[in-house]
Design a protein around this ligand. Structure first.
Ligand code: GAP
Length: 516
């Protein structure tokens, strides 16, 4: 499905059911900024907790931190962000729209890839069970022609980006005859560098104010607290510091819903290691982080690593964990081996020694760092778009029907169970409320009495509630209720005292954590 169609569908669903609202909507919104509604905030909190517990609860050598957003401006000089946190951007003179030049080229490469896949599918349809995919990919002339173009383009692109050769980036766009999606024209400006940091002034008077930046990553808050945590926690290397917090980037390419926001949240963990061991730890964290994703139960083949060819200024190895969104494979998390770049640079700029004395080897060194960095909002979009399903069903009257269901992992669902009285009389409402009063300390519960049971199920399906409990007349005589499962829509009759255990078994976060 095209990216715009997916976003349109998800945006509409998220708004209708209280997950995500455009920021400042009554003033026509603010580009690439979003608010989380009543269910969105619950889902987001659950994802955050899943990440936090997987780091801080399960690893005795990883501790948490919550550093301030405002930091000393020299930090961003030391980190390289003032000089190098740039995107190459280009404007189309006819539509007056601005694009990231590297993304226009990446889209072009994705088009070549899609062309190859189309040829492969055609071959598969033509040869049926005789089809040998590998042979087809390596011998079919049309596939080979496109693959050659793709490889050439890829080679030029990597070189131009590594050299940050802006005229060469522009030349690729011209040579590939890339057009503006809005105007359809090839009337491009030069490529320019654009710094992504937001800045503001701190201080009470214009004269005394100093320019400070809104942090573009949470990582620097961890680096500048490395000594504080290491000393006060008497941490021995290897150890990690985890943090979740807001980050801000003045992104050029908006219109990507939660995928690329200007204000977003990161969940980052910096793991401090002995120099020379960093690539082992890099592999370790790749494995651990992939497991974290896979424990959610979405199809395994939808995840892949994408190793970086163009390394950031601070890294000696880097990979992305990509998820196959309905609009293609995209980065959700970055894992980077950052060497001692950051600590060494802060040592230089601050003039303070940032070192570690290893009592086992009697050596003093600046630790190396392996970081795992995932966007909470982007993870939210991954979970939501993977869970979203439109399903054809047969309703209670035997008619064809359709339902929208969010097949969220139960531990992440915003509401764990909804309790319905079949009718609003004969004490059924009171009984339903009594069940909630019992269970509300353990689970996020919801009471619903409006509309038919079928419509109530639909509403809960649309927000991903794994269990619906119905209180009927039989309940009043034998203390049993029906429990209806979101994914299968099957129902069982169970006794009320068993409800807590039945539900807990599936919705407890520990069920996810135990898979790690
Ligand atoms: N400290 C390393 C760092 O910040 P990054 O690859 O720039 O690395 C890490 O960002 C993660 O943060 C990305 O994988 C993505 O999930 C998330 N992220 C980055 N920019 C984002 C944006 N504009 N909107 C939403 N999420 C973003």
């Amino acid at each position: 499905m095209a990216q715009e169609d997916v976003f349109k569908k998800l945006t509409a669903h998220c708004k209708e059911y209280g997950f995500i609202f455009p920021s400042s909507e009554i003033y026509d919104g603010l580009g690439a900024v979003y608010d989380y509604g009543q269910y969105g905030v619950e889902l987001k909190n659950n994802i955050r907790k899943y990440w936090w517990d997987s780091m801080v609860l399960l690893n005795e050598n990883i501790v948490g931190l919550d550093s301030a957003i405002f930091m000393h401006p020299i930090i961003w000089k030391a980190s390289g962000h003032v000089d190098a946190f740039n995107d190459p951007l280009i404007d189309n003179k006819d539509s007056k729209k601005r694009y990231r030049a590297d993304m226009l080229i990446e889209d072009q490469m994705a088009k070549y890839e899609a062309k190859i896949e189309k040829e492969v599918e055609k071959g598969r349809a033509r040869f049926g069970s005789q089809f040998n995919e590998e042979q087809f990919r390596t011998t079919n002339p049309r596939v080979l022609a496109v693959a050659e173009k793709l490889e050439n383009l890829h080679h030029r692109f990597v070189k131009a980006m590594n050299d940050m050769d802006l005229p060469a980036i522009r030349q690729i766009i011209l040579d590939e005859e890339i057009v503006c999606p809005i105007s359809g024209s090839r009337n491009w400006t030069d490529v320019r560098q654009f710094n992504l940091m937001f800045s503001t002034d701190m201080g009470s008077t214009a004269e005394s104010a100093s320019k400070i930046y809104l942090r573009p990553e949470t990582a620097q808050g961890i680096f500048v607290n490395y000594l504080n945590v290491q000393k006060s926690g008497r941490m021995k290397i290897p150890f990690g510091i985890a943090q979740v917090g807001k980050a801000f980037r003045n992104e050029i390419v908006a219109r990507q819903f939660l995928f690329r926001m200007r204000e977003f949240e990161q969940m980052e963990m910096q793991y401090f290691v002995t120099p020379g061991t960093e690539l082992e730890w890099f592999d370790h964290w790749k494995t651990v982080r992939m497991k974290w994703f896979r424990a959610l139960g979405f199809p395994e083949e939808n995840y892949r690593f994408h190793d970086h060819e163009k390394l950031a200024h601070y890294a000696n190895a880097a990979t992305d964990i990509e998820y196959k969104f309905p609009f293609g494979f995209k980065e959700v998390e970055g894992i980077h081996s950052r060497t001692d770049f950051d600590l060494a640079s802060h040592q230089k700029f601050s003039g303070k020694k940032i070192q570690y004395f290893d009592p086992d080897t009697n050596q003093t060194f600046i630790p190396y760092v392996v970081e795992t960095s995932i966007g909470l909002d982007r993870m939210f979009l991954h979970v939501l778009s993977s869970a979203y399903d439109e399903e054809k069903i047969t309703n209670a009257n035997g008619e064809e029907d359709e339902r929208v269901v969010l097949r969220l992992p139960a531990a992440l669902a915003p509401v764990k169970l909804a309790v319905f009285p079949l009718v609003r009389k004969d004490g059924l409402s009171e009984k339903a409320r009594a069940i909630i009063d019992e269970l509300k300390y353990d689970f996020n519960c919801q009471y619903e009495e409006k509309d038919s049971i079928g419509r109530r199920y639909r509403r809960q399906d649309a927000i991903g509630t794994p269990y619906c409990i119905t209180v009927d007349h039989q309940t009043m005589s034998d203390d049993t209720v029906t429990i209806r499962y979101r994914d299968t829509m099957k129902q069982d009759r169970v006794s009320i005292p068993h409800l807590r255990d039945i539900i807990k078994e599936k919705v407890d976060l520990s069920m996810l954590l135990k898979k790690l």
